[in-house]
Design a protein around this ligand. Structure first.
Ligand SMILES: Nc1ncnc2c1ncn2[C@@H]1O[C@H](COP(=O)(O)OP(=O)(O)OP(=O)(O)O)[C@@H](O)[C@H]1O
Length: 530
């Protein structure tokens, strides 16, 4: 049977909010939000699907406590506080952010926190080491930037408890990202919030750019926040030109990728030197909460395999796993992704599970997934017909080999479709020019490789196409996540050969998705029903 598709939105079952606590002695309300579950109405459920929450929180909240010694090197860790209610707030000020920061957010058009922001901000403000996991495009960047800017820079809260930031020449926050593009994107986000007058408080340290210029800027501007790629940060740190011993925040964005073997040496250097004095160590998950080195470690990704949980346990101090509607101690997460709740019998009941780590919660709810079968030599032409059929304006197409990109661009351009290639062999300047053109709509199809799969925020992207199959479900999730950002609609089409269909079926199963077979015929997307 064949029928012309009607694009309908798949309604995700998101309103069902659970919360799990990991210890009998935990208190619920001390993160400053309410501790009861509110039933989510249909209207609210719709908004939740948009990534925006409207669930009420009480006006009163516990005052934040941060204490420290004169150098600001030791922070007292609050007892682990776990809430049993959805983390949701109507406004940023309800999350305990300082008024100046809330004002800046409003100026930039950010008025309502997303679920993950509502969950993460109060928790990070309480000094917890955290792993933040939420689907692509759900606003994880602000989820960690806001608590940092509440403590660092001109928008920070005036604390009356005598907390001092210590050695003023020390950098106060280091943010590590696996690619230059993502690093630059984070820098732009920080600059936007700091405002034009304070742009110099953030400094990019990405590879591919002139290192001595970066070192000069560090010396001259004494930034409070640096954002960079592991190699460049480690390089400048090893040269003794990055004063980070007194650093208070270490953010590892796309943490599962930062754990890759290629980054091992650089990450070791960063973890050993950022916010660490000789002799200071992070704690194990079952350590009693005691005074510790100042660095707060924040790890972030849409996909959190168990290797991240293990890393968080060894690098952090009693870390918590934050997901959109729940917070659990990392110590209670098992390799299968389930959560052990002390005092309860172990069960296979799905209600006691945190969703399997890597995949299920990593995709936005409002994506349509399709696959189509074609011969390898017709893939690019199928891509062109797919773009026309869906009338897509801003398309990212992934291929697995850099060499294929140029040829595909040539074929598309020859048929009158604006296209460009983006990959790591291009210079930094060329890459940023291409991205700028893509953002402006001058390029309709961006042909790229895995470089662009992580973290890139191109909100206008309405179609992702896999011309080469992703290696696994994690890669599929990150690629797919370039569209459908923050509640927008998006379509993902995988163009494969007959012999590759089994891989699509496997991805479908692993991700608990429906990936429908389709064809592009006479300018239409035609769904083929199994
Ligand atoms: N509270 C908010 N209100 C409106 N827009 C927001 C809000 N928070 C974030 N955004 C916007 O949503 C988009 C996606 O945010 P962000 O890039 O942080 O997502 P992410 O979860 O980190 O995605 P990925 O996993 O792909 O890295 C950005 O354009 C960002 O500016």
């Amino acid at each position: 049977f064949r029928k012309v598709t009607q694009f309908t939105r798949i309604a995700p079952s998101q309103g069902n909010v659970r919360f799990l606590s990991g210890s009998g002695s935990l208190t619920l309300a001390s993160l400053g939000l309410k501790s009861e579950v509110k039933t989510v109405s249909a209207n609210e459920k719709n908004k939740l699907q948009q990534g925006i929450s409207t669930i009420e929180v009480p006006k009163s909240r516990e005052k934040k406590r941060v204490s420290g010694n004169k150098q600001g090197l030791i922070k007292e860790k609050n007892p682990v506080d776990i809430m049993t209610a959805p983390f949701a707030a109507k406004s940023f000020s309800e999350l305990g952010l300082p008024p100046l920061l809330v004002e800046r957010l409003e100026k930039e058009g950010f008025t309502i926190p997303t679920d993950v922001q509502a969950a993460a901000v109060p928790t990070v403000l309480k000094n917890h080491d955290v792993v933040i996991q939420s689907y692509t495009g759900s606003g994880k960047t602000l989820a960690y930037l806001l608590p940092i800017l509440s403590r660092v820079g001109p928008l920070k809260e005036e604390l009356s408890d005598g907390y001092e930031t210590g050695n003023k020449i020390d950098i106060e926050a280091v943010i590590v990202a696996p690619s230059r593009e993502l690093g630059m994107q984070i820098v732009r986000e920080v600059e936007k919030l700091l405002g034009p007058a304070n742009k110099k408080l953030v400094q990019q340290l990405v590879g591919g750019a002139n290192r001595s210029r970066q070192e000069d800027a560090l010396r001259k501007n004494k930034p409070a926040i640096v954002v960079g790629t592991p190699g460049r940060i480690a390089e400048i740190s090893a040269a003794g030109k990055l004063p980070t011993h007194g650093c208070r925040f270490l953010v590892l964005d796309e943490i599962d990728q930062l754990l890759a073997f290629t980054f091992r040496e650089d990450m070791k250097r960063i973890l050993d030197h950022v916010g660490r004095r000789p002799g200071a160590r992070g704690g194990e998950s079952n350590r009693p909460p005691v005074k510790r080195a100042a660095r707060q470690t924040i790890m972030v990704s849409a996909t959190v395999p168990f290797s991240v949980i293990r890393a968080a346990r060894s690098w952090g101090c009693d870390p918590l796993l934050i997901q959109a509607n729940k917070v659990v101690p990392i110590g209670s997460v098992t390799p299968s992704g389930s959560v052990n709740i002390p005092g309860t019998p172990s069960t296979t009941d799905s209600s006691s599970n945190v969703q399997p780590m890597p995949d299920v919660q990593s995709l936005p709810p409002n994506l349509q997934h399709y696959y189509t079968i074609t011969r390898i030599q017709h893939k690019v032409d199928t891509l062109r017909r797919c773009v026309h059929a869906l009338d897509a304006k801003c398309v990212i197409a992934f291929m697995n080999h850099t060499k294929q990109l140029k040829d595909a661009v040539f074929k598309l351009e020859a048929r009158g479709m604006n296209a460009a290639e983006l990959h790591g062999d291009l210079s930094k300047l060329v890459r940023s020019t291409i991205l700028k053109k893509f953002r402006n709509g001058e390029i309709r199809v961006l042909l790229t490789n895995e470089l662009s799969a992580r973290g890139l925020d191109l909100p206008e992207c309405d179609l992702v196409v896999n011309l080469g199959l992703p290696t696994d479900s994690v890669h599929y999730a990150h690629r797919a996540g370039r569209t459908g950002r923050l509640g927008r609609k998006g379509t993902v089409v995988t163009i494969c050969e007959e012999s590759e269909v089994f891989v699509v079926k496997k991805l479908q199963k692993q991700l608990s998705l429906s990936i429908q077979a389709c064809e592009f015929s006479e300018g239409n997307l035609v769904i083929i029903e199994d």
